[in-house]
Design a protein around this ligand. Structure first.
Ligand code: MTE
Ligand code: HPA
Ligand code: MOS
Length: 766
């Protein structure tokens, strides 16, 4: 925090720049789909300062970076499948010259038909992987027992990550054909693997180092990889350091985002609001290559019933190949889309049943031991407890009364409220990824160095690891340094993702320290003449025997251990126990546990202009025992902001040619401090600690994002209060424009008529 505040925290391009460094720029495809006939490089090559231009032909190894399915070249060769897909890399003496060079390359590409809609892709058989289905009970017979059945469709928007630090990487050639990459990535090991493959060399010849990253939000779980590979390719072929930094416009156009979905649902219940059956088909807009889409879809399926027990359900999903940049991980990783659909289904069902949505939600809330559609049973009563606490602490009943009264007394301003329960599974759904390691050194002056495979991306990982290390060692945090993440110190690391970084790397840290402590306790018990080494403990750098200060200090103990030739370093490995999944049966226990909570969101809508305020968000959250309450609170507020942005104002737009229209922060609005509600309250669910998280802590990175979904339904309720006669489409995000157009369909129709009639007014006048 101190370094950040002083502007001293170092990122990739803050590392001093060697005089001979080359700067790279990418030539991206001008079209979203086409056959590449020719790239004419001669004019570009003549530009003074342009040193080299690399294309697919220059790749010494394999031109392939697909992380799950091998379907994505680093540099396109014969065909391009999305706009801005990398075609060539220009290396020059300055970033400006490199960009000038890229512009000067003449492309000859025959355009092919473009698909941007996932359902059209599906109809044309353009799918990635195989469609998946989760099933519980028997929906087909359950429909007969339902008193009411409603159907609907959700059209869900994507989301741009807007990490403050855009994608970047610096590669430095080392002696003997080795290369070091300073990367801004959530996954150093993915960059190492892919760069080695691109260069055709062993993994151990590629070192990836990450100090910290200026935000990732999932956007650097996988899509930092090509940036590292391109820099490494440049360095490898020129023998000079190469830095590649995308500017904001390039980053927005070139990189994949949260997946847009179209999802069709059908839900049935008894008259008193017991949900009996639910069916949903998710059409994921995966973009032009698989990237992480199949894993994202899997998490969508697992979250398609959110916080509810539904005895009969059929949940299907398909990754649909379109001509957008490959969509990728984004905080929530498919979970938010799944939850938005089931909440939409409940909203519609409540309307038909003439029940309040909150009654319907509560009636079907998960209880301990209820089975989820993928087989795992819900572990506890925390959802029930968080709901009850929310009702009581934030007085739901009174809030609704106040809002009803307000809406009766106001014609053109309406208020809305919604309750959003969240139930989010913790662990990588890909079971093998739930592993981590840590390396701990104690130096002879008593100071300590800790390396883990986790990445500090602003989420506070280093603060958490520091706390864990200090607590386990029994020494002050100022004696401990958390090191850069580096593939030569930690091998085969999973990405920092799935909200699991502290859980995995924190536990590995504890295990490494315990090894050292065990050795130190041997030394201490010998020194102090204690009969049992378990009597020894270390508190505030003092060595205690049976809780009594023996006058031996931490520094003295370390000296004695060193002189007695006792090892003061340890490496340890942690893997989450008892998780598994059987893809044949589509059953298993993929999650270590669920993080749950409930939020109430209130909004005020100006029904003349369509603009609105989020008045308040009041959350009850199951946090376990936080390692640092401020860090967790920061994650809750940050996640909430991103969720609110996704569902309200962040309007990702591509035209029918696959070109990004919302390609700058002028046309793509993100929430700012004024948009955020003045009133954010967070109350923690007491004594809900986790047995698995270090010191009872729980994962917190992603779950709070989904409280933001509540704003969508609060706004919908305000809209309904203004136009109770209308049935609104379920499209997101709910931008002011979209709200206005849905509340005045007659006006929209008459404008359409005027603009389409032959002797109409000029378009501008309309
Ligand atoms: N918070 C900040 N400040 N910056 C980030 O990039 N990424 C989010 C979340 N919170 C992110 C963040 C995402 S997508 C995940 S998965 C988790 O942090 C990853 O970190 P964790 O595993 O330590 O929670
Ligand atoms: N979350 C984030 N990244 C992942 C996951 C997940 O569940 N599974 C595979 N990669
Ligand atoms: Mo987070 S989407 O798992 O990086």
């Amino acid at each position: 925090a101190v370094l950040h505040t002083r502007g001293e925290a170092e990122y990739v391009d803050d590392i001093p720049q060697p005089a001979d460094m080359l700067y790279a720029a990418i030539l991206g495809s001008p079209v979203a789909h086409g056959k590449v006939n020719q790239l004419k490089l001669s004019t570009a090559k003549k530009i003074p300062g342009v040193v080299s231009i690399l294309t697919a032909k220059d790749i010494p190894g394999e031109n392939q970076i697909g992380p799950i399915i091998q379907d994505e070249p680093l540099l396109a060769e014969n065909e391009v499948h999305f706009a801005s897909q990398p075609l060539a890399l220009v290396l020059a003496t300055s970033p400006q010259t490199a960009r000038k060079g890229a512009k000067a390359i003449q492309t000859n590409i025959t355009e092919l038909p473009v698909i941007v809609d996932p359902k059209i892709a599906f109809q044309k058989g353009e799918i990635i992987g195989t469609p998946r289905t989760l099933a519980i009970g028997d929906v087909d017979t359950a429909w007969e027992q339902c008193d009411v059945i409603v159907e609907g469709s959700c059209n869900i928007g994507g989301q741009e990550h807007v990490y403050l630090e855009t994608q970047r990487s610096r590669a430095v050639p080392l002696e003997n054909g080795n290369v070091r990459i300073h990367a801004s990535t959530q996954s150093p090991y993915a960059s190492q693997r892919a760069a080695a493959k691109i260069l055709g060399i062993d993994y151990h010849k590629v070192e990836v180092d990450v100090k910290r990253i200026g935000g990732g939000f999932g956007g650097k779980e996988d899509q930092a990889t090509p940036i590292s590979c391109l820099a490494a390719l440049g360095a490898w072929l020129t023998g000079k350091p190469v830095e590649l930094v995308l500017n904001r416009a390039e980053d927005m156009k070139m990189t994949g985002k949260r997946h847009p979905y179209i999802s069709d649902f059908k839900i049935g219940a008894t008259n008193d609001g017991k949900i009996l059956a639910f069916e949903v088909a998710h059409y994921q807009n995966s973009g032009a290559a698989a990237d992480l889409s199949t894993a994202v879809l899997e998490r969508t399926l697992y979250h398609s019933t959110n916080s509810y027990f539904i005895p009969n359900a059929k949940i299907t999903g398909t990754c649909c190949r379109t001509n957008l940049p490959p969509n990728t991980a984004f905080r929530g990783f498919g979970g938010p889309q799944g939850m938005l659909v089931i909440e939409s289904a409940l909203e519609k069902l409540a309307g038909t049943l003439r029940l309040s949505k909150e009654d319907l939600q509560q009636k079907n809330l998960l209880n301990k031991d209820d089975p989820l559609p993928f087989g795992q049973r819900f572990q506890n009563d925390h959802l029930q407890r968080s709901w009850k606490k929310m009702v009581k602490e934030y007085d739901l009943k009174k809030t609704k009364q106040i809002i009803d009264r307000f809406n009766k007394n106001n014609l053109t301003t309406k208020k809305g409220v919604a309750v959003m329960p969240v139930c989010f599974g913790i662990s990588f759904t890909t079971t093998f990824m739930n592993q981590a390691s840590a390396l701990v050194h104690v130096y002879t002056d008593g100071s300590v160095s800790v390396t883990t495979g986790g990445i500090e991306m602003g989420q506070g990982l280093n603060t958490n690891i520091l706390k864990i290390a200090a607590k386990t060692l029994g020494i002050g945090p100022e004696r401990i340094k958390i090191e850069n993440t580096n593939t030569t110190r930690i091998a085969n690391m999973s990405p920092s993702a799935a909200s699991s970084t502290t859980l995995l790397n924190g536990n590995a840290t504890v295990l490494a320290i315990e090894q050292i402590l065990s050795r130190l306790k041997n030394v201490a018990s010998e020194e102090l003449g204690a009969s049992n080494k378990d009597d020894i403990s270390i508190v505030e750098e003092k060595i205690l025997s049976k809780g009594e200060d023996m006058g031996l200090t931490w520094n003295e103990l370390i000296q004695k251990a060193y002189l007695s030739r006792v090892g003061l370093s340890a490496h340890a490995f942690f893997a989450t126990p008892d998780i598994w999944f059987d893809k044949e049966q589509e059953k298993g226990e993929p999650f270590a546990y669920h993080v749950v909570g409930t939020a109430i969101i209130e909004v005020t809508l100006d029904c003349i202009r369509g603009v609105y305020d989020i008045d308040s968000v009041k959350i009850v959250h199951d946090l376990g025992r936080p390692l640092n309450e401020r860090v967790d609170l920061g994650q809750i507020e940050g996640g909430l902001a991103q969720g609110l942005g996704w569902i309200t104002m962040e309007d990702l737009q591509y035209d029918e040619n696959g070109q990004l229209l919302s390609n700058a922060l002028a046309s793509y609005k993100v929430p700012d401090v004024y948009f955020m509600p003045d009133d954010i309250q967070v109350s923690f669910l007491e004594s809900a600690d986790s047995e698995l998280g270090p010191y009872g802590s729980k994962a917190v990175g992603e779950p709070p994002l989904m409280y933001g979904i509540g704003a969508y339904f609060a706004l919908l309720n305000a809209m309904k209060a203004f136009r109770p006669d209308l049935e609104f489409d379920l499209n997101s995000p709910l931008t002011p424009e979209r709200i206005l157009m849905s509340m005045y369909p007659e006006t929209v129709e008459s404008i359409k008529k005027v603009t389409s009639s032959k002797n109409s007014l000029k378009k501008e006048t309309v």
